[in-house]
Design a protein around this ligand. Structure first.
Ligand code: B12
Ligand code: SF4
Length: 459
């Protein structure tokens, strides 16, 4: 049985976009794992990554050439339009191909896909058990329900994400990348890879939950440390990676796991720097863990600071306080950990003064990287429901479910003020700029190293 998986992530940068930043430079772990599971079930598996193709006509001829029995499309809400267009073309090429969808959007917005004539089977939740089981059933001539109930897999029994599924396909389209995946900051040198160690998140932020729980369940599950180290070892052998990043929503919520990982990582001889996501409250409460992570190779945290107003933080159920945001930034600085600051502007009920407070907070913390968003109501979250209830949403197409600050997503905010706030939030003050220059070029240890290098004493 031939299975073609489809990665439709062209919402951001469009066709021919590979290698251009995070959106277009990373593999999709869901499909990469499902490919390995489907092969174990005896299927032949390949991938069409829309980001690598030039246009829809090429997609059409690729489907015709590959002649799959089954296609499987993975969809976030922002992927809905290209995902459905791909399914429409698959139907036109050969109506006998079984069409399957899975991923966050079909899971969270089942009602939106369940009656689509373009879709034969919907796989809500995790697919490692349900998808290969369906393939086995089809191979033995059996029938599978339209909505296939999810089964949570044992994460240590799941095969590793098949990076080659993506990389081989990218190479076929001429992408001669010098890194398996695209590094996105100078702290993470190429070759760079991404991995994911667990599923779910214990927190309850209203702009995100309960969508995450719909996909991965109430409990957070994490792979064992030896299992993750074994995958990193395999990735080291195959790609000689010089840095990597954890995709986990909040890797640091499990202190014991993190401590065990840091020890095992060093014992296994890894020195490669890495980034992961964390939260301000965790950093403040666990400075010793942060120090251990920095010693093991942590070079940056992606942190959802979100707002400089305690009222807004309470409103979005972030569970953090502004003082924790500021203190977390100080702790990062102390241990040489770069700060990737995620924050939102234009939340429901947020006032212009509260946005000014976010700007003031950012000026105090002086993050290394700014990752601003205009608040975007994501389907499946409580705040999305709030926006619907109050008639706030300005979103008219799934394409706008991207949080990038291109257009204002909800009513009640002045677009010109938001644009000003966006620019101002990222403008470094003069003292901050000077401090950065000092840190980068003038610190005595760095000057000394440059002098030694100039005289050939150091590689
Ligand atoms: C890494 C990541 C990214 C990376 C993507 C990397 C990549 N190439 O996939 C980047 C940074 C690019 C990204 C971007 C965005 N992301 Co994102 N991302 C994640 C994150 C943290 C991890 C994804 C992952 O690898 N998960 C692990 C794998 C194993 O899970 P999975 O992909 O869901 O796949 C499993 C199941 O869903 C299912 N499945 C999936 N596909 C299919 C297909 C078939 C046929 C079957 C049978 C089953 C199946 O089986 C898989 C195995 O169990 C998730 C949160 C999370 N923990 O999952 C958010 C998440 C998916 N992202 C989200 C969002 C909102 C976005 C953005 C819109 C944000 C933005 N910038 O505007 C963009 C959209 C990009 C686009 N496509 O246009 C939301 C999606 C919500 C929604 N309603 O769609 C999530 C859930 C985060 C959240 N809690 O809000 N993201
Ligand atoms: S926003 Fe992050 S910390 Fe909050 S619930 Fe979602 S994944 Fe967890």
């Amino acid at each position: 049985m031939r299975v073609t998986l489809i990665y439709p992530g062209i919402g951001g940068k469009g066709f021919n976009s590979l290698g251009q930043g995070m959106d277009s430079g990373w593999i999709g772990h869901g499909l990469a794992i499902l490919a390995a599971c489907a092969r174990q079930a005896g299927a032949e598996v390949d991938l069409i990554d829309l980001r690598a193709l030039p246009d829809w006509e090429t997609f059409r001829s690729e489907v015709a050439r590959r002649r799959p029995d089954v296609v499987g499309v993975s969809m976030m809400s922002a992927d809905y339009n290209p995902g459905m267009r791909a399914l429409e073309i698959v139907r036109q090429v050969n109506p006998a191909i079984r069409t399957c969808v899975g991923g966050p959007h079909p899971t969270i917005c089942l009602g939106e896909v369940q009656d689509s004539p373009l879709i034969d089977h919907i796989f809500p939740g995790e697919g490692e058990v349900s998808f290969p089981e369906a393939l086995r059933t089809w191979m033995s001539g059996g029938a599978v329900p339209r909505i296939v109930p999810p089964v949570q897999p044992d994460l240590d029994a799941v095969p590793y994400a098949d990076h080659e599924l993506f990389l081989a396909e990218w190479r076929r389209w001429g992408y001669a990348l010098d890194s398996p995946e695209a590094p996105f900051v100078p702290e993470l040198p190429a070759p760079f890879v991404t991995i994911i160690a667990g599923r779910g998140c214990i927190y309850n932020c209203s702009y995100c939950q309960p969508a995450e729980r719909h996909i991965f369940g109430r409990m957070v599950r994490r792979r064992s440390v030896p299992n993750v180290i074994a995958e990193l070892t395999e990735l080291r052998e195959r790609y000689r990676f010089n840095s990597f990043m954890f995709h986990d929503d909040c890797l640091t919520e499990d202190r014991e796991w993190v401590i065990a990982f840091c020890r095992a990582y060093q014992e296994a001889g890894f020195t490669q720097p890495f980034f992961c996501q964390s939260r301000a409250d965790i950093i403040v409460k666990n400075e010793d863990m942060v120090a251990l992570m920095a010693q093991a190779g942590l070079r940056g945290y992606l942190i959802g600071f979100e707002s400089g107003s305690d009222r807004v933080l309470r409103f979005i159920r972030k569970g953090t306080k502004v003082w924790q945001n500021l203190r977390a930034a100080e702790i990062c600085r102390k241990y040489g950990i770069a700060i990737w600051a995620n924050y939102m502007l234009g939340l429901p009920t947020e006032t212009e003064d509260e946005m000014r407070a976010t700007i003031a907070m950012l000026k105090k913390m002086d993050p290394d990287y700014y990752s601003p968003a205009f608040y975007t109501p994501h389907p499946g979250s409580d705040l999305f429901a709030y926006c619907e209830e109050h008639g706030l949403s300005l979103i008219t197409s799934h394409d706008s479910y991207r949080r990038n600050p291109t257009e204002v997503k909800i009513k009640g905010h002045d677009a010109a003020f938001l644009q000003w706030a966006l620019a101002e939030s990222q403008r470094r003050t003069l003292p901050n700029r000077l401090r950065r220059l000092w840190r980068r070029y003038a610190r005595p240890d760095k000057v000394w190293r440059r002098v030694r290098r100039a005289f050939g004493r150091e590689a």
